[in-house]
Write a protein that binds this ligand. Sequence first.
Ligand code: OXD
Ligand code: MN
Length: 596
Amino acid sequence: MRHKHLQEWIDETVSWCEPDRVVLWQGTKSEYDNLAEAQIRAKKAIRIDNKHRKNCILFRTDPSDVARVEQRTFISTKNERDAGPTNNWIRSDILKDEMKRRYQGSMRGRTMYVIPFSMGPIGSVFSKIGVEITDSPYVVLNMHIMTRTGDKVLDILGENGDFVKCLHSVGYPLSPGQADPLWPCTPIEEKFISQFPEDNMIWSYGSGYGGNALLGKKCFALRIASNQARREKWLAEHMLILKLTSPEGTTKYLTGSFPSACGKTNLAMINPTLAGWKAETIGDDIAWLRFKDDGRLYAINPEAGFFGVASGTSWKSNPNAMKTIESDTIFTNVALTDDGDVWWEDMTETKPSHLIDWQGRDWYPDSPNKAAHPNCRFTAPASNCPVIAENWEDPEGVPISAMLFGGRRPSTIPLVYQSFSFEHGVFLASIMGSEITAATISDKIGIVRRDPFAMLPFIGYHISDYIEHWLEMGKLTSSEKLPLIFSINWFRKDEFGNYLWPGFGENSRVLKWIFNQSEGLSRGIASPVGIIPAANELDLTGLDIDENAIEKLFEVDTESWKAEIASIEDHYKLYGDLLPEELSKQLDLLKQRVGI
Ligand code: OXD
Ligand code: MN
């Protein structure tokens, strides 16, 4: 190992965790295939290789370890002020002591893998290096798909390059002869997903699932990177990146921020219904953005794969995702069909007559439980995607013309509106959110869960400082070079509870208007809340939709906005005395425009 500090950290971790073996991951396909094969032989995973799918693998987790655990996620700093009101905080020295005790001997009987990885194309000015140490083969396989790993990263690190230390253990040491459970992990109260932004360090313990354990994703690329971005004047955001080309051949790039499970992956892989329009994927979950010398904001996708929610993904909702997962994909907590393929709720119109469910039990259509876990996932290489843009790995990034922010709002919020200014755009991103549905908390139907910038669980520092950082970023260039900002709501319903907008590929009609706005081809008209399409600016050619529905989609109803403003004021209490002045100013302006 050429990098002395990395070697020291590896040695120190070995002395804490006491693994039986250490493997330095080189990032090759044969390592991946061998490790996958070993998991299948050890009955930790099932091979999925059939007429629909090649070289895929299925893992089933412990029923207690199925999602990110926000209540066990910490931003750990010296001072509580720095974590702010949206994060759990434990003082860093106290948390380190607590976790060090747990790491003691935590890898006994296991192999410790050292995975050097790059977030972003190797060698790009946008990119950052991490090294994840883990005792979970599942994590290794997933990191291999989700990031660029191995020797090529060590080459970039050289002898003294900077890297984010990411330590992960499932917290389940094995004594000699002790059988390993299918999915080792700890009870929830012993899990810790800890970010130490002052040390550029992540310590995760007790969970093997998704964002808790694949530390390059939410922990590094959002929570730690948002701190780095603030220090270094860039942005680390929960955003898809879409490449859009008009029939005339002009290309523009858009970002889209939507809370988890609002269809980001679907929009990132949209098949436009409008003739001649082409949409291609750059990324589906995270964007790192910075200004370049030409004064424009450029973005990269720091990831190399998709860790998508499988439930609900179908040939109707996302055919491009269905093609993406036809090979070299890891499935987690999906059901197994009788002919050895995967299945999940809403994948097909009719349910199979028999399945093995995500917990390995027989399942029939009248079974009371879902066959797949609602948060079941696919992990697939981005390069598998049939609509991945040919420049998705451009180390220079792509210039962003428009930023979309949205949520699930059955009422009040128009289908699309543009902010009057960048500052107003920051305001509308700060108030985005989704209405709680009966499926989540039944006694609070109608309450909006605000998810500012879709970043509520991912901002790695004080939310007031985050808003101020966005506002500062807006001052780094001239206003005409800044991306336009739009509020989006695909989910508005009529009084009978029916969706007013068809969604899916028809969303390209809204994308076209956004494209035209940023190209100066349309102007829109001012409503009290923002700029909406003027008559005939939203292309409805060939769409069977009622005039009334269109009117309702853009209705700005004073009574509803009064309630909305009260709810925003309530949400802003979160900031206490530290509500950024610009947000209260924008709220006052909104009140004036709405007429209250
Ligand atoms: C995700 C999430 O997994 O946002 O992408 O939860
Ligand atoms: Mn996400």
